[in-house]
Every structure is written in structure tokens, then in C-alpha cells.
Design a protein around this ligand. Structure first.
Ligand code: IPM
Ligand code: MN
Length: 357
């Protein structure tokens, strides 16, 4: 098979980590007899610099025509002073919206080879952690009305968190499907003790799950408590469903608990198989261009694409096994380095994973 992949490398370490991931895909292609065609397209700061917008129309058009999309990261100091709708991040939000990618799956898993990298005590992580956060991605406060004004001489600004029943139902369906394949336990995170949108969220999740997925047991956890539970006892969680902003925050926290945010990828899907796959970390402008970034999250994102967009499960497994083997051999990028291991850069790490496929 020939697969057309749009590559949105973006800013900061984006180009380095995407190069690592496309190398791995090429190796998979050779090994399993597929060909991958990569089309590089601008997004974020680099698109602002060259086209005056963080998301040129042709980037959107070509992504919609591709079989799937791989994304590096967007943003950097250079564009930090721009107004909200002209920032690099707007490009990422825009492509998610344009592709209708309402479901963002962020698995935070503890790699047994990296258990020492977790900031938590050994007894809390010794049995492993795998929290899969299902984040609603194109609704809520990220896309609600916002504005600025002046009241009694004082400047003010506002954003709105708004969710409709169909928006909540479709993300609940994704989370329930996932829970069915796993522990059949689903945790829904909200702030229903304060927010009206959360009260509708909670009611809808329960009604929808009870009607369509009676086997799935749904428990509610308030977001502040969830933030605490993730560091207190992360092993208690399996599949978690939540809103856009809570998912953004909790997925970083869950990632850190597993040791390094440089090891975690995410998939974003809507109603088609054309999805967007990206590392959950950002553009890390402080280390850009130094060949020290960890490419594994982006390699994992590419693996998720193989499985979730193309249905290539053996190929997915081959990538995961190669990453595990590379870690077992003691190779580490700086972010996951510990004494006694062998430190390598971004390029070399990607090459080692290729060699282990
Ligand atoms: C993420 C990022 C983005 C988000 C930013 C860069 C817009 O933090 O993917 O988690 O908030 O969704
Ligand atoms: Mn984030």
C-alpha cells in the first residue's frame, strides 16, 4: 500500500523530531512492503514568517486530502507577543477544528525501563501506570466566545466554556469504546460542583453510557481532586474522559508522572480515518536545533498512525518493540538519561530505533 502523509513539522524541535519519525516510517515501509509519501507543509510560527498566517489554506486543503497527518510542535519566543488569533498555537487549533478532530487520545504509560525517571516513589509506580486520557478537542473554552472590554475604567477579558449534548455524547462514545476493550471502567472528570457546563457534561456522560454501554462503569472525579489523585495513586486510573481544557492540563500532569513528557504521543480523530498524530510535548525552543531532543514521542505518534489510521497493528507492534529494545540496550536522550546509561542525540536515537525494527 502507498500512504500519503502530510507532515507539519512546525517550530522549535518540530523538524528534528519529525525527521526521526519519518525515518522510522520509512524503515517500516521497507520491512513490511509499504510506501509512505511525505508532503511537508507549513504550520505555526514558520508559516507566520513565510505566509503571514499560522495556518495557510493550502495546508488545510492538503491535510484533508492526505491519508493522515503527522505534526511536530508549534510556537516559540519569537511569536509570543503576537495577538491571540495570530499566534502559532492558532494554527494547531485551526487544523484540529478544520479536520473535525474532536477526539484526542493521550495514553500516559510508564515504560518499565524508565521507572526510575518517575518523580514518584517506587511503591506508587512499581505495578506500572497506564492512564489513557480521552480529551474533547474542538469544543469548550478553547473555541468558545471570548473578548476584551473596559468596565469602569478597568480592562477585562473573558472566555466561555460551552458544551452541547451531541459534543459530549460523541466523546463519551469514543471513551466507552476504549473502556470496553480495557478495564470497562471509565472516569469522567469535571467541575460539576461549580460549573453549569460540567453539570451537563456529567449528566450526559452518565445517560449516554448507561444507554449504549451498560457494561461500562462510570465514576465521576472533580478536576481538582483528579490533579491530586494522579500524583497520589496514578495506578488506580485506566480510561479517563474530560473536556478540552481539563484534558490539556491533566495529560501533562499524567505524562510527568510517567517520567518524561518526551515519551508520550497523542492521536486526534474525528469521524474518518484521517487523523492527526503528534507528541504531547511542545516545541521546546530552548533546545531547538541542538540535536538533543527526544524523538520517541513523535515516533510513537507515527506508530499510533499506523495502527489507528491505517489498521497496521503488526507494524505498530514492531515500532513499540523497537523502542523497548532501544531502551533496554541503555540508549537515552538527555531528558530520560540516568547514570549508567548511554546518552545519544535526537538523530542517533531515531537511527537506533530504526536499526531495532
Ligand atoms: C497541547 C498543547 C496545545 C493545546 C497548544 C499548543 C495550543 O498544549 O496539544 O496540549 O493547548 O491543546
Ligand atoms: Mn498541552
Amino acid at each position: 500500500m502507498n500512504y500519503k502523509i502530510a507532515v507539519l513539522a512546525g517550530d522549535g524541535i518540530g523538524p528534528e523530531i519529525c525527521a526521526g519519525a519519518t525515518k522510522v516510517l520509512e524503515k517500516i515501509g521497507i520491512k513490511f512492503g509499504h510506501s509512505f509519501e511525505f508532503e511537508h507543509l507549513p504550520i505555526g510560527g514558520v508559516a507566520i514568517d513565510n505566509y503571514g498566517t499560522p495556518l495557510p489554506d493550502f495546508t488545510v486543503e492538503k491535510c484533508l486530502k492526505a491519508d493522515s497527518v503527522l505534526l511536530g510542535a508549534v510556537g516559540g519566543y519569537k511569536w509570543d507577543k503576537l495577538p491571540g488569533d495570530k499566534r502559532p498555537e492558532k494554527g494547531l487549533l485551526g487544523i484540529r477544528k478544520a479536520m473535525g478532530l474532536y477526539s484526542n487520545i493521550r495514553p500516559a504509560k510508564l515504560w518499565k525501563q524508565l521507572a526510575d525517571a518517575s518523580p514518584l516513589k517506587h511503591e506508587l509506580v512499581k505495578d506500572g501506570i497506564e492512564i489513557i486520557i480521552v480529551r474533547e478537542l474542538i469544543g469548550g473554552i478553547y473555541f468558545g466566545e471570548r473578548g476584551r472590554g473596559k468596565e469602569n475604567g478597568a480592562e477585562f477579558a473573558w472566555d466561555t466554556e460551552k458544551y452541547s449534548v451531541p459534543e459530549i455524547e460523541r466523546i463519551t462514545r469514543i471513551a466507552c469504546e476504549l473502556a470496553l476493550k480495557r478495564s470497562k471502567k471509565l472516569v469522567s472528570v469535571d467541575k460539576a460542583n461549580v460549573l453549569e457546563s460540567s453539570r451537563l457534561w456529567r449528566k450526559t456522560v452518565h445517560e449516554y453510557a448507561a444507554k449504549h454501554y451498560p457494561e461500562v462503569e462510570v465514576t465521576d472525579v472533580l478536576v481538582d481532586n483528579m490533579a491530586m489523585q494522579i500524583v497520589k495513586n496514578p495506578a488506580q486510573f485506566d480510561v479517563v474522559v474530560t473536556s478540552n481544557i481539563f484534558g490539556d492540563i491533566l495529560s501533562d500532569e499524567a505524562a510527568q508522572v510517567t517520567g518524561s513528557i518526551g515519551m508520550l504521543a497523542s492521536s486526534s480523530l474525528g469521524d474518518t480515518t484521517c487523523g492527526l498524530y503528534e507528541p504531547i510535548h511542545g516545541s521546546a525552543p530552548d533546545i531547538a536545533g541542538q540535536d538533543i531532543a527526544n524523538p520517541i514521542a513523535t515516533i510513537l505518534a507515527a506508530a499510533m498512525m499506523l495502527r489507528d489510521s491505517f489498521g497496521l497493528t503488526a507494524e505498530y507492534d514492531a515500532v513499540i518493540n523497537a523502542i523497548e529494545r532501544t531502551l533496554e540496550q541503555g540508549w537515552r536522550t538527555a531528558d530520560i538519561y540516568s547514570e549508567g546509561c548511554k546518552k545519544v542525540g535526537c538523530k542517533q536515537m531515531a537511527k537506533l530505533v530504526c536499526d531495532n525494527i
